[in-house]
Design a protein. Sequence first.
Length: 147
Amino acid sequence: MKKVQQGFTLIELMIVVAIIGILAAIAIPQYGDYTSRARAAGAATELNPVKKAIALCISDNAGDPTNCSDGDPGVPTIATTENIMAGGTIAAGVINVETGATTTGGVNLTAILTPGIVANQNVITWDNSGTSCDPTRGYKDGQGDCH
């Protein structure tokens, strides 16, 4: 009589484990980049009301952002969330926060948003000079006020 094979051989199991290991080695870093970019996007969304309030403050002060800081009338404080770390500040219209996005080493990326006034157009633009302008773990060019 012929014996029927029952189960997998050791070689077959080792091949499956190797394939899973290769897939995990690729997927885990990609997942970390994805979650970091998602937190950067969340921070940009959560800062939109603050940017609008500062733009209104600048408009009310005839284009002068000097009186648009933490505690000034109409300027909100920056709330701590999963996407924005504690200690965010606003000084003369400039927003400075640590985002929930991180480098591969775990260091939080910063967003430093500076308002710019386009002359004779009543338009306020924003420029992000922080470390969050990182196409791998933060904002890509054209996102989050990165240029």
